[in-house]
Design a protein around this ligand. Structure first.
Ligand SMILES: [Zn+2]
Length: 897
């Protein structure tokens, strides 16, 4: 059969953002005919390539499905989603897209016009094959779902869906991971390691944290999704997951407490309703075991890409279907059940208890098919309400902040790191928040703002998103029972970006007058020009050679032009700026030399002044020309980053960050550490946030193929000990500090070890520390610095301790800035970071997460400085006493005989 392929011209196609092809009818191929097995068959997983090959066949065979290319993944795969709807809707898809756009951005619309558009428009619904690739069923279910909709197009229920919904079906939203996991599983099926975990991350850098990046947009995949949603403005976004609390078979919204404070109630109610609609559909099909409870899936943290759109007035949510492991079936008996579930008692929100038995991949696929179809059915029935409510929630946000504070956020250009506010504002703009700039100085209330100050006026439709990430969080004091321990947040309790990024943001408590409004100039966000292609660059930062001034992605939100003061051939760059480290790494590549001076500035020499001038401009550096280099020599470190086989997300984030800032480093694994002679090869070794046991013991023998089992073991510990003793620097982030204390018998103690959750609790919050900026590891840090803690240690030292306290907690009162802290007294006077001398070397213990998920721009420099802390710099630091005496361990109390 010959196929007529017709490129539909529309505004987007003209921009090259997407192409649509319409094919004439061919017989509809079944998934089995393409994959070679039935979707969800035992022991079988389709890769992304398998899935895409099938979707291409559907695209050719059906006039109800069109593939749309959206960009490339982190590993460079071409990435698509499918539009599925009636042929008439697809022929008019641009008209309907514009209606969805218009209703998502209500400015200038009346309620009557909105009602008319809602009646005229179609519901856009996003459902996908998941982003957590080790939860394997979702990316299989999308294959079957596409076929079912097309094969049953004449069934009245499906026809109603296709007539009223324009369905955005993504085979997967982590294509790289789908293929990695399927290939890993295939290599192990039939061996003793059939259900072994994959020893690397299923997203190039961040693995499971690919669902924690929604407002930072550090990963390409987050940006592709966000930009596509902004182009199509769906009213429902539904992402499938798999980890229902056992023995329930699927967890559905409503979410557990607490939910994000700024989420519009109308959207919360919509998601709650959809959860119930899915549950009812499952019962209708005899699919038992749905629950809405017992999961701890709260929706407090807005970093979930499948929840953040709520703050943009989209009904966004996820569900969690039960999983065993990969495509291997498993038989459960009541004996496997937790005690409170053995009676199989019908509960209000768990009405049909699952009784055990076989659970196969196909069962999970079938539950997901029911759930996805129920959501489409709901959207078809209520499409007018969904469209109008999107408008109404946006309209209400605009009204709310026209009448109550905060009326606006002001972000001055003068900041400790002049690039940090740009990084912050570009991210908000990419997400659709409108960012303006003052064309002249204005005064609001009794506060004056200079011309050039950035402004986020709050009478805009996505205002709640801005507020949710800019304001401090107060995590509610929820107890498991009265006087019991606090309930654990599912993720972070506080994330306030002005704290994390060290950006001064001022909330306006008085309305903006006409004068201020007249001075506002709208800036273009970076999303429109960004291309997720082979030459992907972050649209937020400025990498050398791709400076703000020349970068098309800059699109309006740029730092104030930079010019170095003074005269001389060397350039001194304040370490408060993250781009100082880009300049340092560039300098070494260009054959230059680097020193750290007494003012906490990296002084670059031996590079042509014209080149340095270019860096100043491109990196927007605050810098000063000086006559001659002064300070301690900083040699380019031979840097190693330890990578455990446990697929460490913190290692991945750190690897990503070091790459972003131009550090050269060598990844090392267990075997590299055990082979010894580390000092001959490296100056600095970084251990990211791992449990001590993960580093030493790794995977249990027998649980993974032999080359991935175990940790560094005793031999590795001895090799690391020798490395430090012979003058190396070991940098331990957060949890790995406890490894070093134990392995090297450091005279340092974790003061919060062994405390119960009723005594001390500080997970995922922002605390204030007092750094010693005179120490090279704290160069560029402010007098008081917010840092992010997550299961973090705090230190006290014994008498025999030699070294320096790098940062400490305040002597009294609470260091809490955002999130939740119980038991502040345990932190008072404790050290937050120490530099411990050991033999000829140093062990730098950082009791917080300086690079957490690529968010705390304010503390990246602690990691970067530590990576440079070796040689002459470290030798000099060892000779000086810091300005604090280390906090000493109290004498152990004498036991009474
Ligand atoms: Zn998941």
């Amino acid at each position: 059969m010959t196929r007529l392929r017709l490129v539909v011209c529309c505004a987007l196609a003209a921009l090259g953002l997407w192409t649509v092809t319409l094919g004439a009818q061919a017989p509809l191929p079944t998934p089995e005919s393409s994959l070679g097995f039935r979707v969800g068959a035992d022991f079988k997983l389709a890769t992304y390539e398998d899935s895409l090959a099938y979707f291409r066949k559907l695209d050719q065979a059906s006039d109800r499905l069109q593939l749309v290319e959206v960009g490339r993944t982190s590993e460079g795969r071409a990435w698509y989603f499918a539009l599925i709807s009636s042929p008439e809707n697809l022929a008019n898809v641009e008209k309907y897209r514009q209606i969805a756009q218009r209703l998502a951005h209500p400015e200038g619309l009346t309620d009557e016009e909105a009602r008319r558009l809602a009646r005229e428009g179609k519901a856009f619904v996003h459902i996908d094959g998941g982003l957590h690739a080790s939860e394997v069923a979702h990316a299989q279910h999308t294959i079957q779902l596409a076929y079912d909709l097309l094969a049953s197009a004449n069934d009245p229920r499906i026809r109603n869906i296709l007539d009223n919904v324009i369905f955005m079906l993504w085979p997967s939203v982590n294509p790289d991971g789908q293929t990695l996991v399927a290939e890993w599983y295939r290599s192990n099926v039939g061996t003793p390691y059939e259900v072994a975990p994959m020893p690397w991350l299923y997203q190039k850098y961040v693995g499971h944290d690919n669902n924690r990046d929604a407002y930072m947009l550090n990963m390409i995949e987050s940006r592709v999704l966000t930009r596509t949603w902004r182009q199509w403005e769906p009213q429902i976004i539904y992402v499938q997951h798999q980890s229902s609390p056992f023995p329930t078979r699927i967890w559905l919204p409503p979410f557990a407490e607490p939910i994000a404070t700024q989420v519009p109630p109308l959207l919360s109610r919509t998601v709650n309703t959809i959860g119930m609609v899915i549950a009812q559909a499952l019962e209708e099909r005899g699919q038992v075991g749905a629950t809405h409870m017992g999961s701890g899936f709260d929706a407090w943290y807005p970093g979930y890409i499948d929840y953040l759109p709520m703050l943009k007035n989209v009904a966004a949510f996820w569900t969690e279907t039960a999983l065993y492991r990969y495509a291997t079936p498993h038989f459960y008996t009541i004996a496997d059940f937790p005690r409170d579930k053995v009676e199989l008692r019908s509960e209000s929100l768990y009405s049909s208890p699952w009784k055990g038995g076989w659970w196969r991949l196909r069962d999970a696929v079938d539950y997901m098919l029911t759930a996805s179809t129920a959501v489409l059915d709901y959207a078809a029935r209520y499409k007018t309400e969904l469209l109008y409510n999107r408008y109404q929630a946006g309209r209400d946000a605009m009204k709310k902040y026209a009448a109550e504070p905060p009326y606006a956020y002001f972000i001055p250009q003068a900041q400790r790191d002049p690039v940090a506010p740009v990084e912050l504002l570009r991210r908000l703009a990419f997400n659709g928040v409108k960012v303006y700039q003052l064309t002249k100085a204005v005064t609001i209330g009794n506060q004056s703002y200079a011309g050039g100050t950035w402004v986020i006026p709050m009478n805009q439709e996505f205002a709640e998103l801005a507020r949710q990430v800019l304001e401090p969080q107060r995590y509610p004091d929820l107890r498991e029972y009265p006087e019991g321990p606090p309930e654990q947040p599912y993720d972070a309790a506080g994330w306030t970006l002005p704290y994390q990024m060290d950006v001064r943001v001022i909330a306006a408590s008085s309305p903006l007058g006409d004068d201020a409004r007249g001075a506002l100039k709208l800036l273009e966000g970076p999303a429109a020009d960004w291309k997720a292609d082979d030459t992907d660059r972050s649209p937020f930062d400025s990498a050398p050679g791709a400076g703000f001034d020349t970068d098309a992605n800059a699109a309006g939100i740029v730092p104030a032009p930079a010019k170095a003061a003074g005269t001389g051939a060397a350039l001194a760059v304040d370490a408060a700026q993250n781009n100082a480290f880009r300049a340092v790494n560039q300098a070494w590549r260009a054959g230059g030399a680097v020193q750290l001076d007494a003012k906490g500035r990296y002084v670059i020499s031996g590079v042509a002044p014209a080149t340095l001038t270019q860096w100043v401009e491109h990196l927007a550096l605050r810098a000063e020309w000086v006559a001659a280099p002064a300070g301690s020599r900083v040699a380019k470190p031979r840097l190693a980053l330890f990578r455990p086989w446990t697929a460490s997300m913190d290692e991945g984030w750190t690897r990503w960050l070091l790459e972003m800032y131009g550090f050269d480093f060598t990844p090392i694994d267990n075997a590299d550490v055990q082979s010894g002679a580390l000092r001959d090869r490296f100056d600095v070794i970084i251990l990211t946030d791992e449990r001590a046991r993960t580093i030493t013991d790794g995977f249990q023998p027998g649980s993974v193929p032999p080359r991935y089992e175990g940790g560094i073991g005793d031999r590795g510990v001895r090799a690391i000990e020798e490395f430090v003793r012979k003058g190396g620097t070991l940098v331990c982030l957060n949890g790995s500090a406890l490894f070093a204390i134990d392995a090297l018998k450091l005279p340092v103690r974790n003061v919060v070890a062994g405390l119960t959750r009723q005594q001390f609790f500080a997970n995922g919050s922002i605390l204030e520390i007092i750094p010693d900026a005179a120490h090279p590891v704290m160069a560029g840090m402010p007098d008081r610095a917010p840092v992010f803690v997550f299961g973090s240690p705090a230190f006290t030292t014994a008498k025999e301790f030699e070294g320096t306290v790098l940062a400490k907690y305040r002597a009294s009162g609470t260091p809490l800035l955002s999130g939740y802290l119980l038991g502040e007294k345990y932190l008072n006077n404790a050290a937050a970071a120490v530099d411990a001398r050991y033999g000829d070397g140093h062990v730098v213990l950082i009791g917080f997460k300086p690079q957490w998920r690529g968010q705390p721009f304010g503390s990246f420099k602690v990691l970067f400085n530590a990576a440079l802390f070796h040689g002459e710099l470290a030798a000099k630091a060892a000779g000086t006493k810091g300005f604090w005496a280390p906090p000493q361990q109290p004498e152990p109390e004498k036991k009474q005989q």
